[in-house]
Design a protein around this ligand. Structure first.
Ligand code: ATP
Length: 234
């Protein structure tokens, strides 16, 4: 059984219909990538899964239960963590405080989760007392992911984790994603960076103008020229 099963999803912002009949699933233990050009609707899909947006139509089933109309706090309680595009960290709070705030639902043990985050991102432990707003872009991204891990999620939703980072930091972030997955967290990631996304993912879906255009194993998609073409709006 899939951990996450999305069927016939339609999402609109008022009169603007942006997601049409979208179907996809994510099995426990997988890393699945959602690819697509700017404005294809990737962020909208993530926000709908984690309860920030309500769909117009369709079903979202997680762990065998419908979460179609779930509130964001309830999604976190059930084990879904969302790392939003743009990070949204608390700039004036310390790194450690930001991480503690990620554990607000009290899923799991704070100390153990903090240790796990520091083990994946040693830099965050070194900077624990530093104001988050003064971290570099890459460190802020690590903090955003770390904060998501503090709720001990079964499913981690990552929105453009590598956006705007220098290549060496992009490698670090993808390496961390791989480790997080190897440690048992299922990952669903939205990415512009097709190459890296398909390197860490088991499978992928390509979204074009709000519809799933292609899907397949990471290997199949990496060798399919239609994937890149869909980014160029062809
Ligand atoms: P990007 O890679 O640029 O973040 P995306 O694939 O994540 O793009 P979305 O952010 O989901 O795309 O946007 C999908 C469509 O919905 C776009 O046409 C966008 O303009 C529109 N949209 C997003 N948010 C709103 C909103 N609050 N009100 C109206 N339209 C919106």
């Amino acid at each position: 059984m899939a951990l996450l099963d999305v069927t016939d999803l339609d999402v609109a912002y008022g009169d603007i219909h942006v997601i049409w009949d979208v179907d996809f699933s994510v099995d426990a233990g997988e890393t699945v990538a959602l690819l697509g050009a700017n404005g294809a609707g990737k962020t909208t899909i993530l926000k709908t899964i984690c309860g920030v947006l309500s769909p117009l139509d369709g079903d979202i089933v997680y762990g065998g239960e419908s979460i179609t109309e779930i509130a964001p706090e309830e999604a976190v309680r059930r084990g879904i963590a969302h790392v939003p595009e743009g990070r949204e960290i608390f700039a004036d709070s310390t790194v450690k405080r930001n991480l503690e705030l990620g554990a607000y639902t009290n899923r799991g043990a704070m100390g153990e989760n903090l240790e796990r985050v520091y083990e994946i991102f040693p830099r965050l432990e070194e900077r624990a007392g530093q104001r988050a707003g003064t971290l570099s872009g890459g460190e802020q991204q690590m903090l955003a992911i770390g904060r998501g891990l503090m709720s001990e999620p079964d499913l981690l939703l990552l929105d453009e984790a590598s956006l705007g980072l220098a290549p060496v930091l992009v490698d670090d972030v993808f390496e961390a994603i791989q480790r997080i997955n190897e440690q048992g967290t299922t990952v669903f990631l939205v990415e512009q960076d097709i190459h890296n996304a398909l390197r860490v993912a088991d499978r992928g879906y390509v979204l074009k103008s709000g519809r799933i255009e292609l899907s397949g194993s990471a290997e199949e998609l990496a060798g399919d020229e239609r994937v890149e073409a869909s980014y160029l709006g062809e």
